[in-house]
Write a protein of this length. Structure first.
Length: 399
């Protein structure tokens, strides 16, 4: 797609704001059809599916925030003139065409598209069938905004493909693809990695850990654990595993207190063999696969460790490399943890729920990347560009 002037892109977003407000009722009614058809066996997926007035407000806020951000395309990264008088300028440039595959969450149809478009990328949206009516209503809004500004609807397009068709599209795309972002669980990620023929940026899987040091402030620990676990169970930044140092003062009493507090919030508590000696009535996890699992439910696994090194080793072995936290009053210990845990975001005395573009000051996000290339963490507007070298000469040849 051709490079667009910043004003043209922002005019599309201004139109989109007006259209979303005008079509608010239509969007919510379309979403109701999806909710009515959804079997609520997966509460996390159902929660992600809901679009109400608050959610429409959040969609509009995302569009407005991106509209107000500086255009990320064409920014000068470096500018060098060599001895041979060649002027070499490295600048930011669009990826081209981005495909995002996601489950539920109709708000992704807004956030992903607004970010991709402002960064001058074409975006193909492959939403889940459970959100079809919602996504169709939102795509219609996008197309109206584009056409109102004399741009092609091809800039933002829903893909209506079944699983087998998606597999074939990934293997043999009918148009050039420059980047694929699978935003969902491990099955979706593995499916895309298996079949894609272009760059894939992994995101969406949590399985986040929190370590309670022997030097922790217990009140902070409990508050952070409750927030990270219960604030939003469908979030990929929700907490799943807690490791507690057995040298924590009043260890057994505090473990029992944590169990009681979690159960006040209706959280199912699972334990390892060591914690089972204290919480004798809890289910003991003997299958190692559970340590790798992202729960997306009111469920938590508590384990015992003897040291910081043991905690770091366990987190690096089992976590989804998304977010990890340490609760300690020792800043040196905290830095040791943060340096050595291999996660996109590491926290000292704070909830993992802050791993979010808006919360981290990035603004709207396409996803949370757990890859190390090309970016790790929230994929905001400035992360949806690549780079390009402009070389200016006057007849120079290499000798």
């Amino acid at each position: 797609m051709k490079l667009l002037n910043t004003d043209i892109k922002n005019n599309v977003l201004k139109s989109m704001l007006q259209i979303l407000e005008r079509e608010r009722k239509t969007i919510i009614e379309a979403n109701k059809k999806d909710l009515d058809a959804f079997e609520r066996e997966d509460q996390a997926l159902y929660d992600r599916l809901i679009v109400n007035d608050k959610k429409v407000d959040e969609m509009m806020a995302a569009v407005k925030a991106v509209m107000l951000q500086e255009d990320p395309v064409g920014k000068e990264i470096t500018n060098r003139t060599l001895d041979n008088k060649l002027n070499i300028v490295n600048t930011t440039a669009p990826f081209g065409t981005i495909l995002i595959i996601y489950e539920s969450r109709p708000d992704v149809t807004i956030e992903a598209a607004v970010l991709a478009f402002k960064a001058n990328n074409k975006i193909l949206l492959k939403g889940g069938k459970e959100a079809l009516n919602s996504n169709l209503a939102l795509e219609k809004c996008w197309h109206e905004a584009l056409e109102e500004n004399e741009l092609s609807k091809d800039w933002i397009k829903l893909l209506h493909l079944k699983r087998e068709e998606t597999q074939e599209f990934l293997k043999n795309p009918t148009e050039p693809l420059d980047l694929i972002v699978p935003r969902g669980g491990e099955r979706l990620i593995n499916f895309v990695k298996t079949h894609a023929t272009c760059a894939v940026l992994i995101s969406g899987r949590g399985n986040n850990f929190l370590y309670v040091s022997e030097q922790a402030d217990w009140s902070k620990a409990v508050n952070v654990i409750i927030n990270a676990k219960t604030d939003k169970i469908s979030g990929c930044n929700a907490l799943d595993k807690v490791l507690i140092n057995k040298n924590l003062p009043d260890y057994e009493t505090k473990v029992k207190m944590l169990q009681q507090k979690l159960e006040q919030y209706k959280v199912e508590v699972l334990v390892d063999k060591k914690i089972a000696r204290i919480l004798t009535d809890k289910e003991i996890v003997t299958n190692e696969d559970v340590w790798h699992e992202e729960f997306l439910a009111l469920k938590i696994l508590i384990g015992e460790v003897e040291s910081l090194d043991e905690a770091i080793s366990a987190i690096n072995k089992y976590s989804g490399k998304h977010s990890a936290a340490i609760i300690t009053e020792d800043k040196t210990e905290a830095l040791n943890f943060m340096h050595n845990v291999d996660s996109a975001a590491v926290y000292h005395n704070a909830s993992t729920r802050f791993t979010d573009g808006g919360q981290m000051g990035v603004g709207a996000e396409l996803a949370i990347s757990t890859d190390k290339l090309h970016h790790r963490g929230p994929l905001g507007l400035n992360q949806l560009v690549t780079n390009k070298y402009y070389v200016y000469g006057d007849g120079q040849v290499r000798v």
